[in-house]
Ligand binder design. Structure first.
Ligand code: TEU
Length: 547
């Protein structure tokens, strides 16, 4: 390897990395209060080291009234007592480092909690120095400045009678939007980020970052005209002073926009989360709850387009799951008879592509969606608001529950399934949200012992990414683009060619490509048998050949 290449690799360490996401409320409780915490995470670091991940992104643990599970921050420089203390956080960073794992903090910079000191001050008067930290419009009670709606339902404006003004919130009313036009807000944010960098964090995930440059008078939420100006300033003032991984959440990113965010010149972020492949199974122009059949060919073409267009010009993140999304095995796989096979198939397809893979807690076990029979068992503000809105609007309860079973964020938030004991080993108390009853069959303890488990398959995939540079650098080519059953592609880097071939269906299908690869080495395979031209249900294989 040339010196330049080695330097470049050290700088862009995150290109070879695999990231694990922890939703702290649901990962591991250490003190029996039914809520996961930082000491719980520390106790599970050996598990993460064994899995082989390089970094762990932790959803927000800052001080928060928890109206949106920590995405409503009331103090960016403290830890919520529910999760522990700053000393616990320091210990987590240090203990993770010993195991070669970096900690990625979740930064929520679009909004704060309404209990943040800045907002409490801002409400005191129009001449308060913090007033302009938020987005206000004069008006009359009962007549919002415009028709804009909040993501979690209801208008995006809330009235403060003492000020005779409305404030703007893109999410819950308890999450007022920050005013990024104000340079003082930006400076406060940069200082806070530098403070976390000094504590040794390895990177940041930036919540709804494409919404910071909103222009409410023009009805604009994401991709506002000053967005990239703000991001370049943010990056220059903070991230570029360290060697971090940064990933922005950008629902509104196209490939063109993603190239800006993840430009190889490092002027913004390492990469973004984009959601085009996630939004395919909803009716066009409607909400995520309005279910549509799974368009497999569209999925392949969408993922392939992102691979092609960012090659050499940006960097992809690769994910199927996060704390807002239903479990992938229940969505694109089969969470019944072929659960393990389909979970492995989905993993192989994702980890074979170019980009940085993210594993959401429990995905490595093949955890599934949950079906609570009553709405009272659900905890998520988005889910419960939607339920009551739709019931009131006359939707049938069965239909509303069907949408919840398919798409509710709580599908991802049931406790991590550690073992077959009470509450899946997550807590000795009463869990804040119900455990998925399938924990006796799907849990980490069993899967660690079973060489054929989904967990062991993920471990192997992570190792392969480290051993074969073709998975990091190789050019992607989609094969059989119109095939209704098979997802196949190659990765080529001049020395090696890899073939990733997967049956996305529960039926046996013929795969003509395999014949040409009969002398290739099998790197990973989710069936214990020879690779043949006919693929079994959800069969997936990765083959490699030297050129
Ligand atoms: O999510 C952004 C976002 O737009 C989601 O609300 C999304 O529309 C929804 O989850 C789809 O079901 C981020 C965080 O990931 C999420 O947990 C927060 O609730 C949200 O921002 C507000 O901070």
């Amino acid at each position: 390897m040339t010196e330049n290449k080695a330097q470049e690799q050290q700088k862009a360490w995150w290109k070879n990395a695999v990231v694990y996401q922890i939703y702290p409320k649901s990962f591991q409780d250490s003190d029996g209060d039914g809520v996961g915490d930082i000491r719980g995470i520390i106790s599970r670091l050996d598990y993460l080291e064994e899995l082989g991940v390089d970094a762990v992104w932790i959803s927000p643990v800052y001080r928060s009234p928890q109206n949106d599970n920590g995405y409503d921050i009331s103090d960016y420089q403290d830890i919520d007592p529910m999760f522990g203390t700053l000393a616990d956080m320091d210990e987590l960073i240090a203990e993770a480092k010993k195991r070669g794992i970096r900690i990625i903090m979740d930064l929520v910079l679009n909004h704060t909690s309404d209990e943040h000191r800045w907002f409490k001050e801002a409400k005191k008067g129009k001449d308060n120095p913090y007033h302009d930290y938020y987005v206000w419009r004069d008006g009359e009670e009962g007549t919002c400045p415009n028709e804009m709606k909040a993501v979690f339902g209801g208008p995006a404006w809330d009235w403060v009678p003492e000020l005779k003004q409305y404030y703007f919130h893109q999410f819950a009313p308890e999450q007022p939007d920050l005013n990024w036009e104000n340079p003082k807000v930006r400076r406060e944010i940069y200082d806070m980020i530098l403070w976390w960098m000094d504590r040794g964090v390895g990177g940041f995930r930036l919540d709804v970052i494409d919404q910071i440059a909103k222009e409410p008078d023009r009805g604009i939420t994401n991709n506002g005209s000053r967005l990239h100006e703000f991001l370049r300033e943010l990056s220059r003032e903070t991230f570029q002073k360290g060697n971090l991984i940064t990933v922005g959440e950008a629902w509104g990113a196209t490939t063109e926009i993603a190239k800006k965010y993840s430009s190889p010149d490092g002027s913004e972020f390492s990469m973004v989360f984009q959601f085009e492949h996630i939004m395919l199974d909803q009716q066009e122009g409607k909400e995520k709850w309005d279910l549509a059949p799974l368009p497999f060919v569209k999925l392949k073409k969408c993922l392939a387009r992102w691979q092609d267009e960012l090659f050499g010009k940006g960097w992809n993140s690769l994910f199927w799951n996060n704390h807002d999304l239903p479990r992938i095995v229940s969505r694109w796989g089969d969470d019944g008879e072929y659960r393990a096979e389909s979970a492995k198939m989905l993993a192989a397809v994702l980890h074979g592509m170019q980009g940085t893979p993210y594993i959401y807690q429990g995905e490595e076990l093949g955890m599934t969606n949950v079906k609570f029979s009553d709405i009272s068992a659900y905890r998520d503000v988005e889910t419960t608001n939607m339920y009551y809105e739709r019931i009131e609007a006359g939707y049938k309860e069965d239909d509303v529950m069907r949408s919840i079973y398919a798409k509710s964020r709580d599908n991802a938030r049931t406790p991590m399934q550690w073992n077959g004991e009470t509450n899946a080993g997550f807590t000795k108390g009463t869990p804040w949200i119900g455990v998925n009853p399938n924990y006796t069959k799907i849990n980490a303890e069993d899967e660690r012992k079973d060489t054929g488990s989904v967990y062991q398959f993920y471990r192997k995939l992570i190792r392969l990414r480290k051993e074969y540079p073709v998975f990091v650098d190789g050019k992607f080519e989609l094969l059989l683009p119109e095939d209704e059953h098979i997802f196949a592609y190659t990765r080529t880097d001049g020395e090696t060619e890899a073939l990733i071939c997967a049956n996305f269906t529960g039926k046996n299908v013929k795969c003509p490509i395999i014949g040409k690869w009969k002398d290739a080495q099998v790197l990973i395979h989710n069936y214990e048998k020879e690779v043949e031209e006919e693929l079994e249900p959800y069969e997936a294989v990765i083959l490699v050949e030297c050129l």
